[in-house]
Design a protein around this ligand. Sequence first.
Ligand SMILES: Cc1ncc(COP(=O)(O)O)c(C=O)c1O
Length: 424
Amino acid sequence: MGSEPASSQPDQLGDEPHSLSEFNERTILLNHSQRTHFLEDHLTELHEGGLYNTIRTVESPMDARIRVDGRYVLNFCANNYLGLANHPALREAAKKAIDDYGVGPAAVRSIAGTQRLHRELEIRLADFKGAEAVLTLQSGFSANLATIPAIVGRGDVIFSDRLNHASIIDGCRLSRAQIVAYDHADAADLARRIQETDSDGRRLIISDGVFSMDGDIAPLPELVAVAERYDCLLMIDDAHGEGVLGEGGRGIVDHFQLHGRVDIEIGTLSKAFGVMGGFVAGSQTLIDWLKQRGRPFIFSSALTMADVAACLAAVDLLGESNELVLRLWQNTEALRLGLQQLGFDTGLSTTPIVPIMLGDAALAQEFARQLFEQNVFAMAIAYPTVARGQARIRLMNSAAHRATDIEEALAAIADIGTALGVIP
Ligand SMILES: Cc1ncc(COP(=O)(O)O)c(C=O)c1O
């Protein structure tokens, strides 16, 4: 790495730049200071360990087929479950909102006031979810960060599924509550850990609804039973169940018909809804409290009006028809069954997230590389996102795929699986 040449050191303070280009030059020089060189070592380690994630450039709207790094490929990477990310109704709604309201919210809602459209979306989402009230946030990630530290703190205990999403883990850490991890999707282990943990404080159970790397569904009826038996709060992050599970995509609580028995639901508007944003659904009291104490709500600007309007259009579409949800599930079954018939291991999946379990990280990387060569875009997932030895290709289904897209993908997967010795 070596040290910077003397000429790249920043000038003394007070030596004002005379033009924008000179200013830019100086900013670049400052950014090249030696203080961040330690990160080069970390990046080298990632490269050497085969763990460096090269992010591809997408040059078209998100759809079944997208242009990536200059070529058209079948898209099995996105969370665009219902194909809404490029839906004409959502695009039109977003354009109209820009004409009516402008492009940015210009402040946090608690200071500059809340736009009528934000309120409308929250009322519509509450109705859609069968919840008393909803609060929207900038993302699903923010929704977890807003909620968990606002309801538990020092002296309280969180019981968290071992495979919960990173945003739940970060929300738990921010809260400063004691965190007790229970075995994945294991309500008996959860109950045991609750019995073993002494606490005079509040107790909160948190689980993903659909687990994002395995595509399995949390055992919600059992979690509800444990929460009720031990008088714990229950929070479910339904990011991958929203628009996917339940009648018309109303989510995991609707899927299991457990309305009113889950205290807090987290949702995202960035996956099946095709747009951007997150939300919390629950009692009016919970939502009122989050408006006072949910830090990403009170200290960060709101969703743009174009996002909100597009989300409203998505809620309209879901309210009108179940068709997209049904198509998503037809595609999912065709893909999963096709893979199983070819001899692939699809792990625990029972949802549109379908992994091909490969084990070895290098094999998964090579599989994904060859898929891309055959114009199928699917992600290799390895440690640290999943445990060592559990590397996989993760295929994300969408209602946007046609039957022929699934057949084309299966043919490429079969070819590569045979060539790499994964299937006979
Ligand atoms: C379970 C879960 N929660 C939250 C999120 C974050 O959602 P968003 O992309 O809206 O921030 C994700 C995204 O992958 C997720 O899988």
